[in-house]
Design a protein around this ligand. Structure first.
Ligand code: ADP
Length: 454
């Protein structure tokens, strides 16, 4: 499709002087692009084979701290190198940056050249391989919701993140008039991403002031995660170019709706939809029922991969379209899992639990692992719920805090089997560190509440 670039095409573009910079990027635990900007001549001559980075990049936090407690990287072990191995199938132009192309890299051990097991891309590849061994391919789509603000990131930071003003003055859900006013940001997002080989479907206004949604056509699971990660970075860069800030913080204000990243999922076998059985109720095949049973049963185990920060849990609230229960329903947006396109070849399940801050590689890896477990164990699917799932007292709750979700991850025998103990322990440590940092800090809220009156 438009936008993908072969290595030969890159070499031609470099010789012609059209490309002078190549971004070589890995994806970190937070789902961010991290890496180096290569002079394009150096990249096509030597660095296309491999480059190196400090191994703290997969053991740090949003602030680039060096938290203690990771087995893989530490001060004691000297914070050595990883290999960044460019995956040349991901090579693409970056039309929103002049003369620039980009490639995603796999992260390999410096000595053995084996994939680093807790690297997000490696984790997703491992689950895709397990699924392929069962005869299936996963097709996924992640929706990206975010807020646009009037001011730029830098101005907002200098003002202490206070008095934040979204770009619009009213709920702009599906609004054409208001979103026309935002086209200086949203049109380049759609067009530049499309021209970078990301199959953009549409953008729309979402259900809050200044809230946007970007939809990308479903794709094989690894491509879906790559698309999401590149698109999220592009949204921030293009908003910055236009003098605005784009935020994927799931809940930037307690009185505002939060931002999600719903994940649509279906399995395929030899190009045919394995979730579809025209003779079965709602068109759901046995494979789909098993997969969904696994997804639902293990949702508490993997919630931390859908909601990785303290703020993520502020989004789960009754009556906000963000779910609180691990039940499924037919086209009902109050449940954690929604059946879409029932009775058709497009039948699929949408997980509504994830926030806009999820790392798509980790989220997809964990959900595929849960679905695989459901298929392997032929897990029975409970009947669909109907009505308002928020009030379904019998349903299992999604962990309601990072502390609770960390505990379910720590105790998850299923994820320890699927990912390995070292990988689970690595992400338990990441979640613990978030909690420790939050517990240490005195917040504005408690000062205002107690300063005089406590
Ligand atoms: P909605 O009503 O939720 O907006 P859409 O028709 O816009 O539904 O689809 C939402 C997402 O689901 C899109 O990104 C689309 O590409 C994706 N999608 C469609 N069919 C499938 C499928 N079979 N498997 C996975 N994702 C799919």
């Amino acid at each position: 499709m438009a936008g993908h670039m072969t290595f030969d095409a890159l070499k031609d573009a470099v010789s012609a002087g059209e490309i002078d910079t190549v971004l070589a990027c890995l994806v970190d635990m937070q789902g961010r692009l991290m890496g180096k900007r290569f002079h394009a001549v150096n990249f096509v001559e030597t660095s296309f084979e491999e480059t190196h980075c400090c191994n703290y990049l997969l053991a740090t936090d949003l602030e680039m701290a060096t938290p203690p407690g990771y087995k893989s990287s530490s001060w004691e072990a000297g914070y050595g190198d990883y290999i960044m191995a460019p995956d040349l199938t991901t090579l693409r132009p970056v039309p929103w940056l002049e003369g620039t192309a980009m490639v995603l890299c796999d992260v390999l051990d410096h000595h053995t050249h084996a994939p680093v097991p807790h690297s997000p891309r490696a984790m997703l590849k491992a689950q895709i391989a397990r699924l392929e061994a069962l005869g299936f391919d996963a097709m996924m789509a992640t929706e990206l919701e975010f807020f646009l603000f009037e001011k730029s990131f830098d101005d907002i930071r200098k003002e202490g993140f206070r008095d934040l003003a979204p770009i619009s003055g009213y709920n702009e859900d599906y609004h054409i008039l208001q979103t026309t006013k935002e086209e200086s940001v949203m049109r380049p997002i759609r067009n530049h991403l499309f021209n970078a080989g990301i199959p953009v479907e549409n953008t729309k206004g979402e259900a809050e002031t200044g809230q946007e949604e970007l939809n990308i056509r479903y794709a094989a699971a690894l491509d879906c995660a790559d698309h999401h990660t590149i698109a999220k970075n592009a949204v921030k860069e293009i908003a910055w170019q236009q003098g605005h800030a784009a935020s994927f913080l799931p809940k930037w204000h307690h009185d505002k709706i939060g931002s999600s990243s719903h994940v649509h999922q279906s399995l395929w076998c030899d190009g045919e939809p394995a979730f579809y059985d025209p003779n079965a109720s709602l068109g759901m095949s046995d494979v789909m029922r098993y997969y969904m049973a696994g997804l639902i049963a293990y949702a508490p185990d993997y919630t931390v991969f859908l909601a990785p920060y303290i703020n993520s849990y502020k989004r789960f609230a009754k009556g906000t379209f963000a779910p609180t229960k691990t039940v499924w329903s037919v086209d009902n947006r109050t449940a954690g899992f929604r059946l879409c396109a029932e009775g058709t070849k497009g039948v699929r399940v949408e997980c509504r639990i994830g926030g806009s801050d999820l790392n798509p590689y980790l989220a997809l890896a964990a959900m595929l692992a849960a679905g695989i477990k459901g298929i392997e164990d032929k897990m029975p699917l409970a009947p669909a719920t109907s009505g308002d799932a928020y009030d379904d007292g019998g349903a299992v709750e999604i962990p309601r805090s990072l502390r609770a979700a960390t505990q379910t991850l720590r105790n998850s025998a299923f994820l320890r089997d699927a990912f390995g103990d070292d990988v689970v322990d690595h992400y338990v440590r990441a979640a613990e560190w978030e909690q420790e940092e939050f517990d240490r800090v005195v917040t504005d809220w408690e000062v205002a509440r107690g300063f005089e009156r406590a």
